[in-house]
Design a protein around this ligand. Structure first.
Ligand SMILES: [Zn+2]
Length: 87
């Protein structure tokens, strides 16, 4: 996985790569019924999230905590994909 964090103040983009064995991706029933399941998962993976309030991001360039946006990107897809559905 690759994370891209964009600082709202200076627009600096910080990237980090990490390995993960599992992801918790909430997929809501309406997404499953209205689109192919895999498309719903990719949409969830490429969603952005705001970092603000207590989750502010420490920007190296600004040298302070700032509001930011984080985006998760799958660098590669696994050979085996297991889906666990919570009721
Ligand atoms: Zn900044």
């Amino acid at each position: 996985m690759v994370t891209e964090v964009t600082c709202d103040s200076c627009q600096n983009i910080s990237k980090a790569t990490f390995q993960c064995n599992h992801l918790n991706i909430p997929v809501y029933p309406i997404q499953v019924f209205n689109s192919p399941f895999s498309k719903a998962i990719v949409e969830q993976l490429n969603k952005t999230e705001d970092l603000d309030g207590l989750n502010k991001y420490y920007c190296e360039r600004c040298q302070k905590k700032t509001c930011a946006e984080i985006k998760y990107c799958a660098k590669s897809l696994p050979e085996i994909f297991i889906v666990h559905i919570k009721r």
